[in-house]
Each structure stands twice: as C-alpha cells, then as structure tokens.
Design a protein around this ligand. Structure first.
Ligand SMILES: [Fe+2]
Length: 191
C-alpha cells in the first residue's frame, strides 16, 4: 500500500534550472509543478536505467529532462486541462515558450508529447512522451514500439533486444505509480 503522504523519489529530482524558471514565469500552479517534477524525475530514472543496460543508447539527456519538465506548461494558458483531458495546451505551450525566447528544438516538446505518433519524431521526444505515461503506470504499446524501432535503428541493434530491455525498465518504473499519483493529486490545481 502506497503512503498517501510520501514524497516519491522522482519528485525529489531537481528540475533543470531554466525549466523551473520558465514554469514560475508562466505562473504554474502547484499541481503543474508537481507533475513537472514527477515526469522529469521519471525521465531521469528512465535514462539512467537504459544507460545502465545499454551504455551509449542514451538520447540527449539535457533536452529530455528540459522537455519532461516543461511539456505541459501550456496548461497555464488552458488551466481546465489540468483536471480534464484536452490538447489545446500542446501548441499553446510551444508558442508560450517560443515567445519567452526558448529555441524551437526545445519548445517543440510541448507539442510532440501529444503527437508522438507522427513520422520522424526524434527519440528524445518519444522518451518525454513515454515518461509522461509511465509515471502513472500507463503502458502504451504503440508508443513503446516506436521507441524500440527508433532506438534500434539509431544504434543498429535488433529490435527484439531493445524491446526486452525497455520492457524490463518500464515494468520497474511503473511499479511506484500509486505513490506518484497520490503525490500529484494532493497538490492544488489552482494557484
Ligand atoms: Fe503530462
């Protein structure tokens, strides 16, 4: 049984400094900051676990952690999407970050975490989308297949080998979901 008052280890991983500055500048409420910490911490664990099993398989760590931290910043523009499903925050977040001077290759994570199923989405963006699912224990087969194909092609590895390793890593990450969900939910959605 998860401790409903516990702080999951993912939430203790510090956000990238620039991402934290941008979230505060955008007026992110506590729940959005909690979500940013959880997804960023999950992305960091995902990268660590992948790197341990397959050194050199990693993506651009700085970009993944930044993207994981800011991917939902557009919910400051569309706050209803903090508590209900919706996609308006995706492009709004990209535009918000671009307006704050963030380069396009980093601002795009706001959009690509929602439309990762387009052709040519880079591994970094797929990993952000994956962290945004597995933090809450969700497993999305189509997304995982895409991560496997992209990573296997980039490193000339057999897809079955990458699949087996990713599956182990995601099972390990998904196991702490209850505590993470409780942590996020107890942070208010309004400022
Ligand atoms: Fe998210």
């Amino acid at each position: 049984m998860a401790d409903p008052t516990g702080v999951p280890e993912e939430a203790e991983t510090p956000l990238p400094v620039e991402a934290e500055r941008l979230l505060h500048a955008a007026g992110a409420p506590p729940r959005l900051l909690a979500h940013a910490r959880l997804v960023c911490g999950t992305a960091a664990r995902l990268l660590d676990l992948l790197e341990r099993r397959r050194p050199g398989l990693g993506a651009d760590r700085g970009a993944v952690l930044f993207g994981a931290a800011v991917h939902d910043i557009g919910k400051t523009v569309h706050p209803a999407e903090l508590t209900a499903p919706g996609h308006l925050h995706e492009r709004a977040g990209e535009e918000l970050l671009t307006g704050l001077g963030v380069p396009a290759h980093l601002a795009r994570f706001c959009r690509t975490h929602g439309d990762w199923d387009r052709d040519g989405v880079p591994l970094e963006d797929l990993l952000v989308a994956l962290a945004d699912k597995v933090w809450k224990g969700a497993r999305v087969e189509a997304l995982e297949t895409r991560v496997v194909r992209t990573a296997a092609a980039a490193h000339a590895l057999p897809a079955w080998e990458v699949f087996a390793e990713l599956d182990d890593v995601l099972s390990e990450l998904a196991s702490g979901a209850e505590e993470r969900i409780a942590y996020q939910t107890r942070h208010p959605a309004a400022r």
